[in-house]
Design a protein around this ligand. Structure first.
Ligand code: HEM
Length: 145
């Protein structure tokens, strides 16, 4: 099915791009709440971003990766393939870390102090996620624009 932006990308690819941009916005708003010390709202927004990340992985990115597996593992001199890997590896790691952060909070939601102790892990998660989002958008541009 043809996409939204009038290039060669499929509809699901464009929806995935929009999801990635929404995730950036949700993460930034989550960080704003963190700096206002509204930690519950911060945790909730990061939880929403993690759920969006899981949805986009299983609905679009994994199927697309499986379809192109041979290309992604052989055409390693292609710039689009290189950006795909720099998007995928930190993205997968950030997703696992995000699930751990949100799930441990969900088990004991009143214990914000326990979240606070994981702030270095949150820094690493944010860094990896940012790298992944930037390279995800770069991959879209290289393949379709
Ligand atoms: C994907 C999940 C998350 C990401 C990416 C994330 C990101 C961040 C970042 C970048 C910081 C700043 C750390 C620093 O000051 O060096 C932070 C602080 C904080 N976050 Fe999160 N966070 C996540 C989930 C959560 C959850 C589930 C909670 C639980 C309510 C939470 C509670 C806090 C608290 C309390 C702080 C302040 C720590 C302090 O200054 O003592 N975060 N987070």
């Amino acid at each position: 099915m043809t996409g939204i932006f009038g290039n060669s990308a499929l509809l699901q690819t464009d929806i995935n791009l929009i999801l990635q941009v929404i995730m950036v916005i949700v993460i930034v708003i989550g960080l704003v709440y963190k700096s206002k010390r509204k930690f519950k709202r911060h945790g909730e927004l990061m939880g929403i971003a993690v759920v969006l990340h899981i949805l986009s992985l299983f609905a679009v990115m994994l199927p697309s990766f499986n379809d192109g597996y041979d290309y992604f593992t052989t055409a390693t001199s292609d710039l689009g393939v290189q950006t795909t890997w720099i998007h995928a590896a930190p993205g997968a790691t950030a997703m696992i870390l995000g699930i751990v952060l949100v799930a441990t909070w969900a088990l004991r939601p009143t214990n914000i102090a326990a979240c606070s102790k994981k702030k270095r892990l949150m820094d690493i998660t944010t860094l990896l996620w940012s790298i992944s989002l930037i390279f995800g958008i770069a991959t879209y541009i290289l393949f379709y624009v």
